[in-house]
Design a binder for this molecule. Sequence first.
Ligand SMILES: Nc1ncnc2c1ncn2[C@@H]1O[C@H](COP(=O)(O)OP(=O)(O)OP(=O)(O)O)[C@@H](O)[C@H]1O
Length: 230
Amino acid sequence: MAEPVLVLEGVCKTYGEGALAVEVLHDIDLRLQAGEFAALIGPSGSGKSTLLNLIGLLDRPSRGRLVIAGHDTGALPEAELTRLRGRALGFVFQHHHLINAFSALENVMMPLLVERGRQDAAMRATAARLLAQVGLGDRLDARPDRLSGGQQQRVAIARALTMGPPLVLADEPTGNLDTQTSDAVFSLLREVNRAQGTSFLIVTHDPRLAARCDRIIELVDGRIVADHPA
Ligand SMILES: Nc1ncnc2c1ncn2[C@@H]1O[C@H](COP(=O)(O)OP(=O)(O)OP(=O)(O)O)[C@@H](O)[C@H]1O
């Protein structure tokens, strides 16, 4: 079997120190195979964001092992974690975090630009292809604030795919959208998953969307209490 895109073994996260230390994630074991499309659900305060921050390499586990795309992250220095984050992970948030001063095309090119330091024609072509894939091939030059909420989220999805990451982490990716737009954006994530084999881990409060995933992982009080096909 192909190497999993994500492995967590005995991962714990404690906030604070000494008498004030509080463990909010306890002994998390989780594996995500290439091409999996999984929902992460759980009540408010159960630790979903904390877990996503660890997997997103924005914070480090207090204990345990975290392997992303075959890289054991525990021993990696900060600069290597940043490189791995850029190459192996895409992020889609509830708020799109696009830059209004730049066009849709420039926003999508941004991760490549940051890595390579200057623009080239291939970069523009990659960004244009991704925008066409998300249904915005005719809006390449539009500023994000001239696009609808659903279109902005499509640009953000294209940007998450710019580096061709094996795993995309999505935190309430449709949280800001009306039901119809939310369904369309969710279908797009599904299409990307099916067409490219990109794995997704999607935090959602919406049981309807969770039911459209292949797998549902449920967190309660910092522990995985259920993990089953949807
Ligand atoms: N920086 C921090 N310092 C101390 N405690 C924290 C910190 N961040 C989160 N917590 C605590 O960790 C627990 C898990 O929080 P987390 O934000 O991961 O939950 P969540 O499931 O994402 O919640 P929500 O659905 O409301 O976003 C909560 O009890 C929270 O108060």
